[in-house]
Structures are given as C-alpha cells and as structure tokens.
Design a protein around this ligand. Structure first.
Ligand SMILES: Cc1cc2nc3c(=O)[nH]c(=O)nc-3n(C[C@H](O)[C@H](O)[C@H](O)COP(=O)(O)OP(=O)(O)OC[C@H]3O[C@@H](n4cnc5c(N)ncnc54)[C@H](O)[C@@H]3O)c2cc1C
Length: 388
C-alpha cells in the first residue's frame, strides 16, 4: 500500500492524540479500540506544558479550559512535618504553555469528540486486535474475523501491547514493588483544606502521596503509593479499602490524614505499578509503537501520558514530508532517547521518593536544585506542532 492510510490500535490518550495529529497532516485513519466504549478510569492526570502545547495546537484549548484546574505551584513536602522540601511556581509564562490538572474521563471525552468530528478518522469500538502482520508496503490488523490494512500501523495499545508482543518480541513487564491507591475526593468534604489550589507531594518512608484538584476544583485527586513485595492479583486495578489506606498513612501530617479520611468507600482503587526497561526499537518496518506500548514508565514523574502526546506530534511531523520508512526511522531516533531517559528517571524517583533516615536527609538537601533542572528539561520541550 502506498496511500496515506493509517491504523491506530488503541483509543487511549496516546491513540486518540495520534489519530488527530495524523489526520491533521493528511492521513486517513482507522482507530481500533477493544473496549465497548472509549473511556478512562476515574482518576486525575497532570498535563504538563510539554503535552499541553500539542493539545492546544490541535485546537482543543477552548473545550479543555472548561474542565481543567490550573495549579499555582507544585510542592514536595516532608511526610511528618509538612516542611517544604521543594517548591516551584507553575507560571504559564515560564514554559510558554499551561500546566493543567484534569479528570482523565474529561480528557478522553474531549479527544474522542474531536476524533468523531473528523470525516477522515473512523473509530471502531469493540475491536480487540488479536493478530497483526507487517509487509514491505504496509501492515494489517485483525479483530473478530475482520482484517484491515493500511500503509502504516501505530500501536497505541498500552503497556500490555498485543502488537508489541507479536512484532517486537520484547520481554514482559515487571512489577515495580509499588502499589498506587487512587481516588477522587469531593472538595466540599474538605472545607479550608490547604491543598485546594496546588499539586502537593508528601514524601515518607516507603511511601508517598500526591494530591491535586481536578474539574475546576470540584474534586481532589489522590494518589498514594506504597511499597509491597508482590502484586498477586490478575487485574491491575481493584477496589481498595479506604480504612486500610488510612491505617497505612496513620501518623502522617494532618493535611494527608484529613484528605484520606474524606475519601469515600467505592471511590478508591488499588493499582499495581509495572514498567519495563527501555526498548531497543520502537519501529518494525511499517509499524511504530507509541505511548505505554513503547515506553511504559512508573508514575513518579507524571509523564507517561505526556510522552504519548509528544510521540503523536513527532510521529505526524516525521511522516509528513518523507517516505514512510524514513519518517518512522526519524520518529524512533527522536523519541527513543527522551522517553528512555524519562523511564529511567521515573525508576530513580521510585527509589529516592521513599528513602528514610540519613538517606532521606541527604536527598532533601539536593532535591531543590535537581528537581528544578529535571522539571525544566521535561516541561520546556517543544514537540513540533507547526503542521498540525
Ligand atoms: C497512578 C498513575 C498516575 C499517573 N499519572 C500521570 C500523570 O499525572 N501524567 C501523565 O502524563 N501520566 C500519568 N500516568 C501515566 C499514564 O496514565 C499513561 O502513561 C497513559 O495513560 C498511557 O496512555 P496510552 O494511550 O499509551 O495507553 P493506554 O491508556 O493504556 O491506552 C491503551 C488503549 O488500547 C486499548 N487496547 C489494548 N489492547 C488492545 C487491542 N488488542 N486491540 C484494541 N485496543 C486495545 C485499551 O483498551 C486502551 O484504550 C499515570 C499512571 C499511573 C498508573
């Protein structure tokens, strides 16, 4: 096949953004999503300036601005005293793009609406791709006995990617020894609570807790990460017992315990955290991996979705003026170093966030400078958007 047709496997944040970027640069796109609907779990997401830039270039600003929260600062604090260890103002002018907090469901809805509004994108739900093939001129994906072909395939099918398993033969993911407890707390259950306007991260022995407002401040997103030897469940996400969470964080600063005590049963889930070492290749012939399918990372940098969005912009730019093969090679060579760096950094943060005693004291002394350098490198990156 030589035409500009693309299959995107997976309609998560990465797949939907890739579909929009490709369509806006002249591709006809077929998106295949295994879920019966396009949706995301009820939790928050930090949209850092490097990815907000792409969403704005896609013309999604007016819709997103209706549902985001705009934090004034990000602050890392000590678990017991709440002493500030690192603080950075989140000023749009500093990075040339905003820093947003959003409910994942809201972001997916905005992306899916934009996809559905385009005649050059066909979104098929209930399409669980079970077989893929690549040839010299294109790629094909099969689901429910149907096979579709295109000149390029983008695998945005997440950390347990079927496409990656079949065409890249990379090793399975590893359990990272951490469990994330995720929940949304209604802000009106927290009158006068001090975290209503910013991202706060509390670092403690073998655990940390992140919280920030979403949906214009109506809800507070809570992510508490604790260490554990094993994740024995088949599923990655399970309803969690709020009283067990409260017990685990007993003795932490009042701001933390007040937040946890406002969480409601049925609104909290446990999520095993997995990742994989950086891969050698993201491209096999006419097939490219994108987002978590290519570079799953622990959430200790809040960059997994941001990197998927960056991938989408670089992919569309790379494919816009060159042969498909050259374009995909350029995509891989541009994305691999940055995303592998973010994967390694997230792993490193998983170790240093949970230190205790003298090691934590040493960490706290360098956190300010090191944190600012890393955040600036992450957030000031400008994915190519001029052709979108
Ligand atoms: C606790 C936690 C907090 C996080 N916080 C942040 C944050 O603040 N900021 C940030 O940027 N990132 C964050 N992340 C990371 C982020 O959630 C992921 O990196 C991001 O969602 C990956 O998007 P994706 O589109 O690549 O994959 P996914 O979201 O996994 O989407 C994959 C899609 O493919 C579909 N699919 C799978 N297999 C098939 C198949 N065979 N056929 C068809 N469809 C298929 C799935 O149904 C799904 O819709 C966090 C992660 C965790 C665990």
């Amino acid at each position: 096949m030589t035409d500009r047709s693309a299959i995107v496997v997976g309609a998560g944040i990465g797949g939907l953004t890739a579909a929009l970027c490709l369509a806006r640069t002249g591709w006809r796109v077929r998106v295949l999503e295994r879920g019966g609907d396009v949706r995301e779990l009820g939790a928050g997401l930090q949209v850092t300036p490097n990815s907000a830039r792409v969403l704005l270039a896609l013309g999604l600003g007016p819709r997103l601005e209706q549902v985001v929260s705009v934090p004034d600062a990000i602050e890392l604090r000590d678990w017991a005293s709440a002493r500030s260890l690192f603080s950075m103002r989140l000023d749009t002018r500093a990075f040339g793009a905003p820093y947003w907090h959003i409910h994942r469901g809201d972001l997916i809805r905005v992306l899916a609406d934009a996809v559905r509004a385009r005649p050059d994108i066909e979104l098929t739900t209930g399409a669980s791709v079970d077989q893929v093939a690549v040839s010299a001129t294109g790629a094909s994906a099969s689901f429910s006995g149907e096979t579709v072909e295109a000149s390029v395939m983008i695998a945005a099918d997440g950390i347990r990617s079927t496409v990656r398993g079949q065409l890249f033969g990379e090793p399975e993911t590893n359990f990272a020894g951490n469990v994330a407890w995720r929940g949304l707390v209604t802000a009106d259950r927290l009158p006068g609570w001090e975290g209503l306007a910013r991202t706060m991260v509390y670092l403690g022995p073998q655990a940390h807790l992140v919280c920030y407002p979403v949906r214009g401040g109506e809800l507070i997103n809570l992510v508490a990460v604790t260490e554990t030897e094993q994740w024995e469940e088949e599923s990655w996400s399970l309803p969690a017992d709020v009283s067990a969470l409260a017990q685990r964080f007993a003795g932490w600063h009042d701001t933390v315990t007040t937040l946890i005590s406002a969480a409601e049963s049925g609104q909290c889930f446990k999520w095993g955290l997995f990742d994989r070492p950086p891969m050698a290749r993201y491209v096999n012939g006419r097939v490219a991996l994108l987002g978590d399918a290519a570079h799953p990372m622990l959430p200790f940098l809040a960059q997994g979705a941001a990197m998927a969005v960056e991938d989408a912009a670089v992919l569309a730019e790379s494919l816009s003026e060159q042969s498909v093969e050259t374009g995909l090679q350029r995509y891989e060579s541009e994305r691999r170093p940055r995303t592998a760096w973010a994967q390694r950094l997230s792993r490193r943060n998983a170790r240093i966030y949970h230190l205790e005693g003298m090691a934590a004291w040493m960490r706290n002394r360098v956190l300010g400078l090191a944190g600012r350098q890393v955040m600036t490198r992450l957030w000031s990156y400008e994915p190519p958007t001029s052709k979108l």
